[in-house]
Design a protein around this ligand. Sequence first.
Ligand SMILES: NC(=O)c1ccc[n+]([C@@H]2O[C@H](COP(=O)([O-])OP(=O)(O)OC[C@H]3O[C@@H](n4cnc5c(N)ncnc54)[C@H](OP(=O)(O)O)[C@@H]3O)[C@@H](O)[C@H]2O)c1
Length: 269
Amino acid sequence: MPASKFAKLRDARVLLLGGTSGIGFATAEASIEAGAIVTIASSTQDRLSSALSKLKSAYPEAAAANKIHGHICDLSQPESLEANLKALLEFATNNNTHKLDHIAYTAANVPRLPGLVDYQASAIKESILILRYDAPIILGKLAPAYMNQDPRSSITFTGASTATKPTPGRGILTALGASTEGVAKGLAVDLAPIRVNVVAPGTVDTELLRALAGPDPKVQAGFKEMLKKVTLLNKVGEPEDVAEAYIYLMKDANVTGAVIHTDGGRLVK
Ligand SMILES: NC(=O)c1ccc[n+]([C@@H]2O[C@H](COP(=O)([O-])OP(=O)(O)OC[C@H]3O[C@@H](n4cnc5c(N)ncnc54)[C@H](OP(=O)(O)O)[C@@H]3O)[C@@H](O)[C@H]2O)c1
């Protein structure tokens, strides 16, 4: 029987920055199910240990085959950003002896931004910008030395549907999402033949979304109902659906500089 043409992630090396929760964790699960050797990164040891133990107990065969790894990498501090990313890339490649095939970047903190009328110069917290702008650029600078130089290799960043369709009253968010798309398109040109793309989710039921709504479960439920209404499918996305977009972008060696939308039809409503 010929080897499957489509089992492209079997034994591929995949690094997931932001792989401890939400969309990134689901992408870790999907990558493991596709047979990849996965490294997840986190800013804290507790969250890393908890995500690793969940993955290892859900996928005991992959764990026994030593295919699930994790490493600390805090991306929020400008002074340590480059050193932390370099240490992570060294870890994920066994000191650059096993090149990476794919990197997916879903790391983000809660984007609490002032409204337009309250906006002041430099009002956006530094860590929000570092995670969405500086870290992707520094990753683009460092990662190629640790990756196979081939169109089968990819880096996928994460934007948002708000980059294309602003939410009334939250227009500044559009600039944040659009900056990620700009970084990715620029890197696609500079890093070719490595492919660089973006997944642009609509709202997705993750920790980040719940944190935006606040701790009250009633308020969270009301927030979700409101978000459903702006989609064509009347739903908030599930991480396991959105994760498919990252897997697609890893597997299609013909796609680069692209933005893949997965938003319940928000853009066409
Ligand atoms: N959920 C939505 O509705 C939605 C909508 C549009 C776009 N997005 C985008 O989708 C992406 C994933 O979001 P999500 O909803 O899956 O969020 P999430 O569940 O909160 O996951 C965020 C990830 O970022 C990591 N992270 C946070 N601070 C970090 C730091 N300082 N250094 C390194 N990693 C850090 C977290 O890991 P640790 O805490 O373990 O460090 C976690 O793994 C983000 O880019 C987000 O903007 C989400």
